[in-house]
Design a protein around this ligand. Structure first.
Ligand code: RB5
Length: 168
């Protein structure tokens, strides 16, 4: 298993601790997409980079960390196909795998202590998607994404026609 990890300036030490934990406990490769500096770094950059790596197959799953975990998860979830949840405890992390088949996990360096973060990571890495009725709901989420694409395409077509009418 290959895990992509990303963070902003708030979560540099956190990222390092979680990376070492995953490598040592699970033997997984961890690919770093975050900043290694405490200079201000905008979390959407890291959220998108990890999300893109998950969707391209460069990594199997992603973990992203910012101050609260909220901003970086919002950014990741803008990438089509990403299901990223912000978790502050292991129960939601496990169920996010079993029911929602999350492919990314977020948490907040300013919210959860490092030992709790490790428990969240354990629950998320070991949780298995249960399929069945849960798959139908995931399919519904994918359908939302598909409808958004269709709407964007329709808007592009409308705009093209409008521009052509102004030229003609
Ligand atoms: C950075 O100050 C902070 O806004 C960021 O780490 C994160 O908490 C945003 O959601």
């Amino acid at each position: 298993m290959k895990i992509g990890i990303g963070n902003d300036h708030v979560a540099v030490e956190y990222k390092e601790a979680i990376t070492a934990y995953i490598q040592e406990k699970y033997g997984y490769e961890v690919v770093n997409f975050g900043t290694d500096s405490t200079e201000r770094f905008d979390y959407p950059i890291a959220g998108e980079a990890v999300a893109d790596a998950v969707m391209s197959g460069e990594v199997d799953r992603g973990i992203v960390i910012c101050g609260t975990g909220v901003g970086i998860s919002l950014a990741a979830n803008k990438v089509r196909g990403i299901r990223c949840c912000t978790c502050s405890e292991p129960y939601s992390a496990r169920l996010s795998r079993e029911h929602n088949n999350t492919n990314m996990l977020a948490f907040g360096a300013r919210v959860v202590g490092i030992e709790l973060a490790k428990m969240i990571v354990d629950a998320w890495l070991t949780g298995e998607f249960e399929g069945g009725r849960h798959q139908r709901r995931i399919d519904m989420i994918r359908q939302i994404e598909a409808r958004q694409l269709v709407r964007a395409e329709e808007a592009r077509g409308w705009w093209r026609a409008f521009c052509m009418s102004r030229v003609g």
